[in-house]
Ligand binder design. Structure first.
Ligand SMILES: Nc1ncnc2c1ncn2[C@@H]1O[C@H](COP(=O)(O)OP(=O)(O)OP(=O)(O)O)[C@@H](O)[C@H]1O
Length: 309
């Protein structure tokens, strides 16, 4: 069975500037190299889910500009249904301006643009779209009011809601009530719960906090340490990450979430095997440069899993 996954989220075109050192306020420095990269947590997660075989649709917005057109094309080329991506005439396509110095340190400025200007008007015919959908996945690079409204509609239709609370920020209190699975990384989790994540008991405490807010399932990603999960029935465990040599960990989390949503059984009966698949996918992603280009296809993940056995 192929999972049907709806991603509600951000679409960005990032500009990356390489400099010798960062400019001081008022100072001009030369840029050594300039490049562009498709991104946005929503777009990355959609591509990850689609490359792992899910049937993916996207709710999002781009500006009426070249970046927007290119991103819609990129998503479509990755078999993502782009028919619900709005073109915003008043705001540009979202972007991150990333400056990297010669020590590899980075400075990032984010322009929310069309992502942040999304409104619930975009959800007008969502009920129809949700029929037959297994999972809806959202992050925090688009307005929380829109996510909350979408999650409320999803609940009515028994569509499982997945929240990736990234980048970390305060949440609308009601949002967790309508979240079935929360997937933060360790920093995001401790920021939301106020409980630091350092050992298994502290992770259980984090999950307990989320449960008290209405979220039955918690998955905390721990970078190279792997993943800690707690399911609705209290089953929990730490699944170690695959040991690899990372070259660029950008979008490790996005790959994990997209891949997971493609593999989780809609009755949530296969948490551990879906987590293993998703960790294998993200372990491949961290071995390649860039966000989207390094997101693996299902065949590559299956092959890597096979050679592990
Ligand atoms: N160095 C690594 N080696 C192997 N697997 C990794 C490594 N880094 C990340 N992963 C895999 O990716 C998953 C998600 O990574 P992480 O917890 O760093 O997410 P994140 O902080 O959201 O990442 P990012 O913000 O870079 O996208 C991990 O649970 C792990 O399976």
């Amino acid at each position: 069975m192929v999972n049907r996954v709806m991603i509600l989220g951000s679409i960005n075109v990032d500009s990356i500037y390489q400099v010798t050192r960062f400019p001081q306020p008022g100072e001009t420095v030369a840029v050594k190299q300039k490049s562009y990269a498709p991104g946005g947590k929503g777009a990355n997660q959609a591509v990850a889910a689609a490359r792992s075989g899910a049937k993916v649709s996207f709710i999002g917005a781009v500006g009426a500009d070249n970046d927007g057109q290119e991103m819609v094309k990129t998503l479509a080329e990755n078999n993502v249904d782009t028919s619900k991506i709005a073109v915003d005439p008043d705001n540009g396509t979202g972007s991150a301006v990333i400056t990297v110095d010669e020590n590899g340190q980075n400075d990032i400025m984010v322009y929310g643009g069309a992502n942040q200007a999304m409104t619930t008007v975009q959800l007008n015919d969502l009920e129809q779209e949700l029929a037959g959908t297994d999972f809806i996945v959202a992050q925090l690079e688009t307005p929380q009011e829109v996510t909350l409204a979408a999650f409320k509609l999803a609940r009515q239709q028994n569509v499982i809601t997945i929240l990736n609370p990234a980048p970390a920020t305060d949440l609308l209190p009601e949002l967790l009530e309508y979240t079935d699975i929360i997937i933060p990384n360790e920093t995001e989790s401790s920021l939301l719960t106020g409980i630091s994540v350092n050992d298994e008991p502290s992770m259980l405490q984090n999950a307990k906090f989320f449960k008290s807010q209405g979220v039955k399932n918690t998955i905390i990603t721990l970078g190279e340490q792997g993943v800690f999960y707690v399911t609705a029935d209290g089953h929990h465990g730490l699944v170690p990450a695959f040991k690899v040599k990372p070259v660029d960990t950008t979008a490790a989390g996005d790959t994990f979430i997209g891949a997971l949503s493609s593999q989780l059984s809609p009755n949530l009966g296969n948490f551990e095997s879906a987590i293993t698949y998703a960790q294998r996918a993200s372990s491949l992603a961290v071995q390649g440069m860039g966000a989207m280009p390094s997101i693996p296809l299902a065949e590559e993940v299956e092959k890597a899993l096979g050679s592990q056995k």
